[in-house]
Design a protein around this ligand. Structure first.
Ligand SMILES: Nc1ncnc2c1ncn2[C@@H]1O[C@H](COP(=O)(O)OP(=O)(O)OP(=O)(O)O)[C@@H](O)[C@H]1O
Ligand SMILES: [Mg+2]
Length: 225
């Protein structure tokens, strides 16, 4: 999708979380880095329509995320920094099916879509598991599955490998690399962004760098020093 920020800014009370941002993004693999509180999640939530800009606008393929929200419904999936917050039903497979309830699909079609997505991610064994009993890596994959099953064109992953050990990190990284959808990945795990088309660096609510991963990450290291 063609993602366009047009002087979009976000204020929470008196706090300016995102300074006016104008930017056009169409790459398949877009990374976002920056210190804690720099505005990464805020910018990403604007794209997903989870937040509305205080001023300006954000458009996807020319459709405004606020005024055309209905037409954009289901086009973008967002996996939160803490995926436990987005699992609604107790059992992994039920949670995935729940996301399809308002589609024109009968139960058999919903269950088939759930199985197909679980197989795609190699986690069919998690279908009957209780979400709150899953490990961090399993939970991350279950949250991804619940988003993927709804068929979005763009998936936003907010720090998908944050709390994972090296083994789970590798597993989630490999799964992400295999996705065919357009991705925006917010990450402090800089290895994850190797090979990305474009990496944005946020600092204090501003976009301060925008380029190839090595270039952007070098700037981020300077900021963090
Ligand atoms: N709902 C909210 N209400 C008030 N302030 C908020 C809210 N969400 C974010 N902020 C503030 O906006 C600023 C940017 O937050 P944001 O979540 O975008 O940062 P981030 O770059 O994603 O950080 P992190 O790496 O810690 O996730 C921070 O100062 C934060 O405290
Ligand atoms: Mg964040």
């Amino acid at each position: 999708m063609d993602i366009r920020f047009d002087a979009a800014s976000v204020k929470f009370g008196a706090r300016q979380a995102l300074e006016p941002l104008s930017l056009s993004l169409a790459q398949a693999r877009i990374g976002i880095v920056g210190l804690n509180g720099s505005g990464k999640s805020t910018a990403a939530k604007l794209v997903a329509g989870l937040l509305q800009p205080t001023a300006g606008k954000v458009c996807l393929n020319g459709l405004d995320t606020v005024t055309d929200a209905k037409a954009l419904s289901g086009k973008t999936g967002y996996i939160f920094q803490n995926p436990a917050n987005q699992i609604i039903m107790p059992i992994v497979g039920e949670d995935m099916e729940f996301g399809l309830r308002n589609r024109k699909m009968d139960k058999a079609a919903r269950l088939a879509a759930v199985s197909q997505t679980l197989d795609q991610l190699g986690i069919a064994h998690l279908e009957k598991r209780r979400a709150h009993e899953l490990s961090g890596g399993e939970l991350q994959l279950a949250a991804l599955a619940a988003v993927l099953v709804t068929g979005p064109d763009l998936i936003i992953l907010d720090e998908p490998t944050n709390q994972l050990d090296l083994k789970n990190r590798r597993m989630v990284e490999a799964t992400i690399a295999g996705l065919s959808q357009q991705l925006i990945v917010i990450s402090h795990d800089l290895d994850l962004l190797n090979g990305f088309d474009r990496v944005l660096v946020f600092h204090e609510g501003r976009l301060v760098e925008d380029g190839a991963p090595a270039h952007a990450i070098a700037r981020y290291r300077e900021i963090a020093a």
